[in-house]
Design a protein around this ligand. Structure first.
Ligand SMILES: [Zn+2]
Length: 444
């Protein structure tokens, strides 16, 4: 029997809760109004970029650079990645130009910025202005009274109904968006995803599932009535784990059946299968020696467990190895076992990623840039070289972004508007004291 008296809320709690709800509603309303103002400014920034570019050059690349430079200026000031700012500028202009009623609803705090973006993103497929206006009217009515995710589901149905092209035509277009991506998840794990035509994705899934079932069956069948065998090793993996193991094995060791290099550079078998995975692993000296269990880092940034690090150190020829000092974390050596350390490896180990403020593109995908141009007397050494990704290298070359490298390896950037931002070099972070490394050479 529930004692209703003991769980009844006193009146003052109800009053406090009502106050909280009212304040949250008021806060959301104020935020919506501010978001509308931000969207108008981002759209205005893109208009300025378009106007400047139109004056300068008809070349698409130059127009894009103008946009990037402005996005970077905003990104540095607001501590947001410049690509993200560029995407927001485009979405903002789409909203301002294409969905006036939605912008009004946001400015009047009747919907949230999330609702507005759902309308813009889902409506992208509708290019005819009249169709888009009809779509906006119908979906906005839903947005005024429902959550953003439910509005999205509804908007997708409406866009589908109003779409002028058949599913066949749209699929032909959608296939161009096929892609593979990787995202880090923490605990030394990452997510690898793929967008592919449904029939192929289903085929991959079905093949992996069949192979995983076969593996399971083979393992279970092995003992053949001899269940008392203590030496037998049984497969403890579940179906998900086996699927993942088979996919990893196929992707890391298999070769594609269609290989354009076949019969050309690499002989009759093609060269793609011979290409091995490549990455840099930063290993504290004591972990390498097996004296400590502190993890290592992939590309100097992503944590990797000590067991995996030691395994790569011993066995994998295609992983670059960078050894760090156990106390201060500075680079001790870069893969001395295979070839002598050189400037390039030193730079990659020092910089870890592109040295433009906020950019995290790994150093191995970056150019080595002379901060002070070689042609203007800049030297080719670590004090004047830094890793810059293609995007930011181009921005520095084509637009008035000026880097100066300081004595400690920091790079002081001055933007076209004269704003200064300093990017210090990364250190391999160490919080714990551990004993000095054993005397003698590094253990590899
Ligand atoms: Zn970059």
């Amino acid at each position: 029997m529930i004692d209703t008296a003991s769980i009844a809320h006193p009146d003052e709690d109800d009053a406090a809760l009502a106050g909280i709800v009212d304040r949250l509603v008021a806060a959301d309303e104020a935020i919506a109004e501010i978001e509308a103002a931000k969207i108008c400014d981002l759209a205005a920034a893109l208009r300025i970029a378009n106007k400047r570019a139109a004056h300068q050059s008809a070349e698409r690349r130059m127009r894009e650079l103008e946009e990037r430079s402005i996005a970077t200026e905003i990104g540095l000031a607001t501590r947001v990645n410049d690509r993200a700012v560029q995407n927001r500028m485009h979405a903002a202009l789409e909203l301002v130009d294409g969905y006036p009623a939605t912008l009004d609803a946001l400015a009047e705090s009747r919907i949230s910025a999330r609702h507005a973006m759902v309308i813009v993103e889902t409506g992208r497929a509708l290019t005819d202005p009249d169709t888009r206006a009809l779509y906006e009217t119908v979906v906005l009515e839903r947005a005024l009274r429902d959550t953003a995710p439910r509005t999205r589901a509804f908007a997708e149905q409406v866009a589908q109904e109003l779409h002028p092209r058949s599913i066949t035509e749209r699929h032909r277009e959608a296939v161009k968006g096929r892609t593979v991506w990787m995202q880090r998840r923490g605990e030394g794990m990452s997510e690898l995803g793929m967008i592919a035509p449904t029939v192929l994705a289903e085929g991959i899934w079905d093949r992996l599932t069949q192979q995983a079932h076969e593996t399971k069956t083979a393992q279970v069948a092995a003992p053949e009535g001899d269940t008392e065998d203590d030496d037998a090793v049984y497969d403890q993996r579940n179906l998900d784990q086996i699927r993942a193991d088979i996919a990893i094995d196929l992707l890391l060791t298999g070769g594609p059946s269609i290989d354009p290099t076949t019969g050309a550079i690499s002989g009759p078998h093609g060269g793609l299968a011979a290409i091995q995975a490549r990455a840099s692993i930063v290993i504290p000296a004591l972990t390498a020696a097996g004296l400590a269990d502190r993890g290592a880092a992939l590309d100097g940034a992503t944590p990797v467990d000590a067991d995996t690090a030691r395994c790569l150190l011993a066995q994998a020829p295609s992983w670059e190895r960078i050894l760090t000092h156990p106390i201060h974390g500075h680079v001790l050596a870069t893969d001395t076992y295979r070839r002598p350390a050189n400037l390039d490896r030193y730079l990659a180990a020092r910089d870890i990623h592109c040295r433009f403020p906020g950019c995290r593109r790994p150093a191995r995908h970056c150019d080595r840039d002379h901060n002070r141009d070689w042609a203007l007397g800049g030297t080719t050494d670590a004090c004047n070289l830094a890793c810059l990704c293609k995007r930011h290298h181009t921005l520095k070359t084509e637009k008035p972004w000026k880097p100066v490298q300081l004595r400690d390896g920091s790079i002081r950037w001055t933007s076209p508007l004269g704003k200064v931002s300093t990017d210090p070099p990364e250190r391999y972070v160490i919080f714990r004291d551990e004993p000095d490394p054993p005397p003698g050479d590094p253990p590899f």
